[in-house]
Ligand binder design. Structure first.
Ligand code: 5AD
Ligand code: SF4
Length: 475
């Protein structure tokens, strides 16, 4: 049988999908129902997209999505490891499932993603979590069917973690969370080695997908009803490095914006150190590209930025923001900020507040510095007292919130296009959707509008979101 198994991808995975499908089908006949799965995602947009690929493979081989992890026949935790304490949360949930597995001995539990690229975590599972059946990392999520096949045929715990990525495997199935919007990877991995960040160690070196693969995928998504695409990469600006064809991110963006039927295009994350004038230019001239940039600041202090290995300083960042605002005056800017990096003084923190006040972000993800073992910053002297960090964090949050509230207030009364994302969870008869700048708007409307772009009048700003009503012609 061995020599029947193709070596090339994606043929090899298609082979295993078909093999597992036969097993699942036989089980379904036996039990009278198809088995169910639940993929639980932690972390960033990149993981969310990976989970769609994992769900695509599981649906392709005959599993049906379950409501909760407790009543699923297969549970897969797609993990994040950016912050040190994320691990405790995961193991709590994995431990809980032991009871469910006692009731349903056929239950399969898998853990994959960033945390599994760390050898000590894998050892911990091998030793203390024997009820976990599948362990794999970030570089071989495409091999889910093969790994599952091995478990189903041997009943053993299968651990398959690769040190680095051998290749980018294209054209495997995926199951989108939303019918009308989708993330699309353009690069994988990161070469920046910011000193606090574990990502380069767990996601490996940066690799770019070929432009024709990206464009084909987007054309396929648009043909399938997708209106909004978010291009994904740890540092989208460095797209193209290592490809045979010489192509910059600006050129790729421009080509994608020409795709007929695509209505909104976003990207994240651009690294401020190499956001080029060409990209700003392409954004300015293409109406489909959302006037929104998520531009992680991390710190406003040049001294701290240097220790973070961010390669720009306070003046450089502010200069970039000035150039962006001059080219696209109504651009919306959002950011990530870390408080309490080792050695951060009150003076450094005031520099951060200074930048926040000058840029006037529409929103910001504010993080307390987490001493992530395995990163250079974890070994730095002068870790900051948690009480001092908490005080700075509260002051930063207040500043961010006040500015965001003032910004949103300015748009009160304006009419803006909104991509309707779904029913509002709390208000009966209400829908929720996203503005071009990614802020949320709630308004009355009929469910048939989900997935459409409609004009909404922004009646009342509520800080980070709006209450509005649909312009009458569309209600
Ligand atoms: N501590 C706190 N925040 C971190 N981030 C990455 N690593 C750490 C860490 N060790 C934040 C950065 C990044 C975001 C995705 O997570 O702000 O932009
Ligand atoms: Fe981490 Fe920096 Fe790479 Fe972003 S650019 S993933 S913060 S190392």
């Amino acid at each position: 049988m061995e020599n029947l198994i193709p070596n090339e991808e994606p043929l090899r995975q298609e082979y295993f999908m078909s093999e597992v499908n036969d097993i699942i089908h036989a089980k379904a006949i036996d039990r009278g129902v198809y088995p169910t799965y639940k993929v639980v995602t932690f972390g960033c947009q990149m993981n969310a997209r990976d989970s769609e690929k994992l769900s695509g493979i599981l649906s392709g081989i005959g599993y049906i999505e379950a409501e909760t992890e407790e009543d699923a026949d297969l549970v897969l935790f797609n993990t994040c490891t950016v912050r040190e304490n994320a691990n405790d949360r995961l193991y709590g949930r994995v431990g809980q499932l032991k009871k469910s597995k006692e009731k349903n001995p056929d239950m399969i539990i898998g853990i994959c993603g960033c945390m599994m690229q760390e050898a000590e975590e894998v050892e911990k599972i091998k030793k203390s979590y024997r009820h976990v059946d599948l362990v794999f990392g970030t570089h071989n999520i495409y091999k889910l069917a093969e790994i599952l096949f091995e478990h189903l045929t041997t009943k053993k715990q299968v651990v398959n973690v690769m040190e680095s990525a051998e290749m980018i495997v294209e054209k495997l199935p995926n199951k989108r969370e939303f019918a009308f919007k989708s993330g699309v990877n353009i690069t994988f991995g990161c070469n920046n080695f910011c000193s606090y960040c574990i990502v380069p160690y767990v996601r490996g070196r940066e690799r770019s997908r070929k432009p024709e693969e990206i464009i084909d995928e987007i054309k396929g998504l648009v043909a399938d009803g997708v209106k909004e695409i978010m291009l994904l990469g740890q540092n989208v600006n460095s797209y193209g490095r290592g490809l045979d064809e010489e192509i910059s991110f600006a050129t790729l963006l421009d080509r994608i914006a020409q795709i007929d039927g695509l209505e909104r295009l976003r990207f994240m994350t651009p690294h401020p150190k190499d956001l080029s004038d060409e990209v700003i230019d392409v954004m300015k001239k293409n109406k489909k590209i959302c006037k929104h940039l998520h531009l992680p600041l991390q710190s406003g202090s040049s001294e701290i930025l240097k220790k973070m290995n961010r390669v720009y300083n306070k003046e450089g960042y502010l200069d970039l923001v000035r150039r962006i605002k001059a080219a696209i005056p109504d651009i919306s800017l959002t950011t990530d900020i870390i408080v309490g990096f080792p050695g951060e003084t009150e003076r450094d923190f005031l520099d951060t507040l200074d930048v926040v006040k000058e840029v006037r972000y529409d929103s910001a993800f504010t993080f307390i510095y987490s001493k992530r073992s395995g990163t250079p910053a974890a070994k730095m002297d002068d870790q900051i007292d948690p009480k001092v960090i908490k005080d700075r964090f509260d002051r930063l949050l207040k500043t961010v919130q006040d500015i965001a509230a003032e910004n949103t207030k300015k748009n009160e009364g304006k009419c803006m296009p909104v991509l309707v994302e779904g029913k509002n969870d709390h208000l009966d008869g209400y829908l929720s959707g996203k503005l071009e700048n990614n802020l949320t708007v709630h308004f009355k409307g009929q469910e048939r509008l989900i997935g459409e772009i409609v004009d909404v009048i922004l009646d009342e700003a509520k800080g980070f979101y709006y209450m509005g009503h649909i312009k009458t012609s569309e209600a």
